[in-house]
Structures are given as structure tokens and as C-alpha cells.
Design a protein around this ligand. Structure first.
Ligand code: NDP
Ligand code: X2W
Length: 309
């Protein structure tokens, strides 16, 4: 029998892309609320407690409220795409490549990683675990995202009349909501200095960690960092660790949805400096693709079903 799935916030950017990925899947039946019902608390409560799986694609406060609406006796299993539960006790971090497929498969409450943390953690967590990079280094993350990363309101802003933005630097208070998960899931002593920006393309992101290798007490040479990432992700179908010569990395304005995660280690000739770079779709492995990957595991389906490789 098919599993019932309710996407709360299903009319939003992430929710719609999850529904696209579940389209035609016989293992799942979507529970749908119409326009008049989708923000009605009673209708949502009924759907939240009826479905086998609930995927929360809501602002953080609404996601917390939705979890409160679910009766623990209902047996509903939850995937939360918001920031609300990423470091909360009792929640599994839905990054199967870092926590293990079986951990996600057996979980009742899974929190999707943030889009920027997905790139940062893929680059840093395996290397810190392998002791090839130090925990106590003051890491920096520079990143750009397509404007769909800010949901409907940022999409409206970027696509609205009179917007002439070529580049939008933000997070200037150095208190971005992704810092706690970047620090804790990589096991770092300090939160990274995070410099995010938005560019006028719909989707896609480049997340970069520059490293002064020789200034670090206990860092391995760039070639070893790349080899370890390649070894770590060898069996991860969504992740590619590149070793070919690459002159530049670009995001395309008409890029199709993608659930891939592409990792690069660039270095100068003597290996004294490196740039670790992750390229992904904020709405793919950064949100909707990650949610479907976790759903597949939790429902016992092919982990890659519905995903865009
Ligand atoms: N966009 C991205 O790249 C990523 C997003 N996320 C996270 O996913 C979540 C959803 O983001 P995103 O899809 O971009 O946001 P959107 O703003 O595009 O969509 C949010 C949806 O939630 C609906 N909504 C808001 N409050 C309620 C409520 N109380 N009850 C029911 N529905 C409600 C909105 O309704 P209405 O249509 O009426 O506004 C909207 O349809 C956020 O927590 C975001 O941080 C995570 C990673 C990446
Ligand atoms: C471009 C843009 O505004 N991006 C969002 C992050 C999108 C995302 O990852 O959402 P979560 O916070 O739920 O992880 C931001 O920086 O707040």
C-alpha cells in the first residue's frame, strides 16, 4: 500500500519542488489541501495527524507550531525543511552521507540541512573527522545563492519591477541562522565567519572555504584533502569529487533542477593555499532533493528514486 505524504507549505518554493519529485511515484499518495484549506489550522491538523509522512516546508515558527499539532500517538513521521529543528535534541540531521543511510531510515523526526550548510559540511566535516583539518581553526565561508533561496518573497523581489540588483551581500550582522548547524555538525570549536550573497539567477549556489594551509598547525596538503573527500564520498551517488582541470565555476541563469553536489579542491602550486568549493542547487540537495532522499530512506524505497542526477 502507498504511504500517505502531506507537504505542509506545499504551495511554496520548496514544497512545489518536492511534489514535482514525487510526481508519478506509486509508493506515495499526496494528501492535498485546497487554497482555502492550506492555512486553516483545523484542516492542517487533520492532515498532519493522518499522513504517514509530513514534510514541513514552512517558516521556522510555523514549522514549530506544526510539530506541536502532531499527536505523538498518530505515528506521523516528520521531515522538517526549515531551520527550526536542525540542532534540536531528538531530531536526526537529514544528511545521509554524513550521518548514515540507516540512521535516517530509522528516524521519526528528520531535519533537512540548510542549503549553505550542505555545501560547507560536505567539504569540512569529513576532513575534520579524518583529522586532516583542525577543529579549532577559525574557518571562513564565502557563498553565493540564487534568489529562490529566499523563498517566495525574495523571488517576488528579484523578479519584480524596478529591481536592478547585480549582487546582494547580506548576513552583515555575522549572525546568520545557519551558523549553529555549520559549527555543531562539523564539530568545530568556533562558528565560521560566513559571508553569503545573492545573485540574480533563480537557483544554484557556490559555497567556498578558503584555507591558508601553511598557517594551520595540523592541516594536510590539498592533494590529501581531495583524496580523502573522494574516498569519503565514493559510494554517494549524488556527490562528485572532481579531479579534472577546471578553469572557472559558473552558475547558469537557466539551470534545471539538480540534486547533485559537486565538490572541488583547488590549490596553488606549492600547496600552501587551497579553496574548497561546493556547487549545488539550493532547491535540490539544498532543500527539496534532500527531503525526498530522506523520505525515500524512511519509507524503505530506492534512496535515489525521483532525484535529479
Ligand atoms: N528556498 C530554499 O532554497 C530553501 C528553503 N528552505 C527552508 O524551507 C522552508 C520553506 O521555504 P520556501 O519554500 O523557500 O518558502 P516559501 O516562502 O516559498 O514558501 C513557504 C510556504 O509556506 C506557507 N505558509 C507560511 N505560513 C504558513 C502557515 N502558518 N500555515 C500553512 N502554510 C504556511 C506560505 O504560504 P503563502 O504561499 O501564502 O505565502 C508558502 O506557501 C523555510 O523554512 C526555508 O528556510 C531550506 C533550504 C533551502
Ligand atoms: C538566499 C537566501 O536568502 N537564503 C536563505 C537561506 C535558505 C535556506 O537554506 O533556508 P534555511 O535557512 O531553511 O536553510 C538565507 O540566507 O536565509
Amino acid at each position: 500500500m502507498a504511504h500517505t505524504v502531506f507537504i505542509d507549505g506545499g504551495a511554496g518554493t520548496t514544497g512545489l519542488e518536492i511534489a514535482d519529485r514525487l510526481e508519478g511515484r506509486k509508493e506515495f499518495d499526496l494528501v492535498r489541501l485546497n487554497e482555502g484549506e492550506r492555512k486553516d489550522e483545523d484542516c492542517r491538523r487533520t492532515a498532519l495527524n493522518f499522513a504517514d509522512f509530513v514534510i514541513l516546508c514552512l517558516p521556522d515558527d510555523a514549522a514549530r507550531d506544526a510539530v506541536d499539532m502532531i499527536d505523538p500517538e498518530s505515528g506521523t513521521r516528520i521531515i522538517d525543511a526549515s531551520t527550526a529543528h536542525r540542532t534540536a535534541p531528538g531530531w536526526i540531521y537529514g544528511f545521509p552521507e554524513l550521518v548514515g543511510d540507516s540512521v535516517v531510515a530509522g528516524a521519526d523526526r528528520v531535519s533537512n540541512p540548510g542549503c549553505y550548510p550542505t555545501g560547507f559540511l560536505a567539504l569540512i566535516a569529513p576532513l575534520v573527522r579524518a583529522r586532516l583539518l583542525p577543529r579549532d581553526w577559525p574557518y571562513t565561508v564565502n557563498a553565493v545563492s540564487g534568489y529562490s533561496g529566499g523563498g517566495k518573497s525574495l523571488i517576488q523581489f528579484f523578479e519584480g519591477d524596478g529591481n536592478n540588483i547585480a549582487f546582494r551581500d547580506y548576513g552583515l550582522g555575522l549572525d546568520h541562522k545557519h551558523l549553529p548547524e555549520m559549527q555543531s555538525k562539523a564539530g568545530l570549536t568556533y562558528p565560521p565567519v560566513f559571508a553569503p550573497a545573492v545573485v540574480p539567477g533563480y537557483r544554484g549556489m557556490v559555497v567556498e572555504v578558503p584555507l591558508q594551509i601553511t598557517a594551520m598547525r595540523s592541516a594536510s596538503p590539498p592533494a590529501e584533502l581531495r583524496e580523502e573527500l573522494a574516498r569519503y564520498f565514493a559510494d554517494a551517488p549524488l556527490v562528485t569529487v572532481h579531479d579534472e582541470e577546471v578553469g572557472e565555476l559558473v552558475l547558469h541563469k537557466d539551470a534545471p533542477p539538480s540534486d547533485r553536489l559537486d565538490l572541488y579542491v583547488f590549490a596553488n602550486k606549492d600547496g600552501s593555499m587551497a579553496r574548497l568549493v561546493a556547487v549545488l542547487d539550493n532547491l535540490g540537495k539544498g532543500a527539496s532533493g534532500a527531503a525526498v532522499q530522506s523520505l525515500n530512506l524512511m519509507a524503505g524505497c530506492d534512496p535515489m528514486a525521483g532525484l535529479r542526477l
